[in-house]
Design a protein around this ligand. Structure first.
Ligand code: PBG
Ligand code: ZN
Length: 326
């Protein structure tokens, strides 16, 4: 055999195998998505998301203190209100006594060093379940949507969020949010993480069950990206970077590794986030339960693929497990 044929000597040992990664997994790469509801004492299992619950603010300390002790550094909050009047403009989104703003303040006092991100969208708070404001014919009315999304983002930042992360996919919202943060004196304090390449995926089902945010009619295909659209994703990434995004996100993650890789090349000077969404998490669990693979091994393989593609930050429901595994 030729000298150039032999590679296996380079990865024969578990330690030399670790060196084959261009970047090692670390605990700080993981951001944990958390559902906050408006019953302060809630701890309600979510049937389609193994191990995940909807939490009331009185339960946050007991739930998160052990994770913070294990090295949890960041969370992203999703509000799930039940006792509120949803309307066309998502008024409850930034209610000062609503679950998200109360949770920001509570977490800030409980865990002063925890990085608190907030998803910013209207679908959990609109009576029609769409992510923006609508025209009479049911299509998105972009200017007031952007204005409202920016208002909500600024109110989360005012409440103490370290990061606002708009997932609505309205055109122009990054610029409007950045401007809003600057005008509020928070431009230097609050990160703007854009769900830049967010696809109209079938993998959001468990989340929509958990958050009660399924649209009451139609779908999200006129604002979330078509799954085939690599070019549009590249344009959205570049646009959002130009509009002032501090972090670029790709979502979902595993079926879109090429897009993560594109993002890492197009915006090499930004952190690149990806979201292993609810349906991906449920898939990994379902395969494990069906005996297709060992769950932990597959969970590692899934996040290694994202880091290999170029992700520096991973939003995943597996975060508590990785805090144990790493
Ligand atoms: C709200 C939002 C969704 C997710 C994050 N923010 C659902 C959607 O767009 O329908 C999905 C997260 C997940 O599936 O884990 N816009
Ligand atoms: Zn939404």
């Amino acid at each position: 055999m030729d000298i150039s044929s032999i590679l296996q000597g380079g990865y024969a040992h578990p330690t030399s195998r670790k060196w084959q990664a261009s970047r090692q997994l670390t605990k700080s790469m993981f951001m944990y998505p958390i559902f906050i509801t408006d019953d302060a004492n809630a701890s309600t299992e979510i049937a389609t998301l193994p191990g995940q619950r909807r939490w009331g603010i009185n339960k946050l300390e007991g739930f998160l203190a052990p994770l913070v002790a294990k090295g949890l550094e960041s969370v992203i909050l999703f509000g799930v209100p039940f006792n509120c009047a949803k309307d066309g403009r998502g008024t409850p989104a930034d209610d000062a006594s609503g679950p998200v703003i109360l949770a920001i303040k509570k977490l800030r006092s409980l865990f002063p060093k925890l990085y608190i991100a907030c998803d910013v969208c209207l679908c959990e708070y609109t009576d029609h379940g769409h992510c923006g404001l609508l025209h009479g014919d049911g299509t998105i009315n972009t200017p007031p949507s952007v204005e409202r999304i920016a208002e909500v983002a600024v109110n989360y930042a005012r409440a103490g969020a370290d990061c606002v992360a708009p997932s609505d996919m309205m055109d122009g919202r990054i610029k409007a949010i950045k401007r809003g943060l600057m005008d509020a004196g928070l431009g230097n304090k609050c990160t703007l993480m854009s769900y830049s390449a967010k696809f109209a995926s079938s993998l959001y089902g468990p989340f929509r069950d958990a958050a009660g945010s399924a649209p009451s009619f139609g779908d999200r295909k006129c604002y979330q990206l078509p799954p085939s659209a690599r070019g549009l994703a590249r344009r959205a990434i570049q646009r959002d970077a130009a509009e002032g995004a501090d972090i670029i996100m790709v979502k979902p993650a595993m079926p879109y590794l090429d897009i993560i890789s594109d993002a890492a090349q197009l915006t090499p000077d930004h952190p690149i986030a990806c979201y292993q969404v609810s349906g991906e998490f449920a898939m990994v669990h379902a395969g494990g339960a069906a005996g297709v693979y060992d769950l932990k091994t597959m969970a590692f393989e899934s996040v290694e693929s994202m880091v290999r593609a170029g992700a520096t930050l991973i939003l995943t429901y597996f975060t508590p497990e990785f805090l144990d595994w790493l």
